[in-house]
Ligand binder design. Structure first.
Ligand code: SF4
Ligand code: SF4
Length: 96
C-alpha cells in the first residue's frame, strides 16, 4: 500500500506535506528548498505544472500528509478517485 499525490497539487505545491512525512519520501522535480524559494519570490508561475510525488517503496502509510494538503491532493491508493487512477503510475514512475 502507499499514498498517492494527484495532479491537483499543481498550482499549489506548497510543500507542507513534506514537513510531516516521517520517512522523507515526498519529492518533486526540483529540490524542496528551490520550490520554497520560488514560493517566497511571489511569482509562482514556474510551479504551475509542478507537483510532488510519494515514493511507494518508502511510504509507511501513516497518513500524516493527508490533512496537511490544502487542496486535498493526497489519497490512500485504495481510495484514489477513478479520475486520478493514472496518478498511481505517475508517482511510481517518478522514482524509477
Ligand atoms: S502516508 Fe506517511 S509516510 Fe506516506 S507519504 Fe504520507 S506522511 Fe509520508
Ligand atoms: S500539501 Fe498538497 S499541494 Fe502542498 S505540496 Fe503536498 S500534495 Fe502538493
Amino acid at each position: 500500500m502507499t499514498f498517492i499525490i494527484t495532479e491537483d497539487c499543481c498550482g499549489t505545491c506548497d510543500t507542507s506535506c513534506v514537513d510531516v512525512c516521517p520517512v522523507d519520501c515526498i519529492h518533486g522535480p526540483m529540490p524542496v528548498e528551490e520550490i520554497r524559494d520560488i514560493q517566497a519570490s511571489g511569482d509562482t508561475s514556474a510551479l504551475d505544472d509542478i507537483q510532488l510525488y510519494i515514493d511507494p517503496f518508502i511510504c509507511i502509510d501513516c497518513g500524516a500528509c493527508v490533512p496537511e494538503c490544502p487542496v486535498e491532493a493526497i489519497f490512500d491508493e485504495f481510495d484514489l478517485p477513478e479520475e486520478h487512477s493514472h496518478s498511481l503510475e505517475s508517482n511510481a514512475e517518478f522514482f524509477e
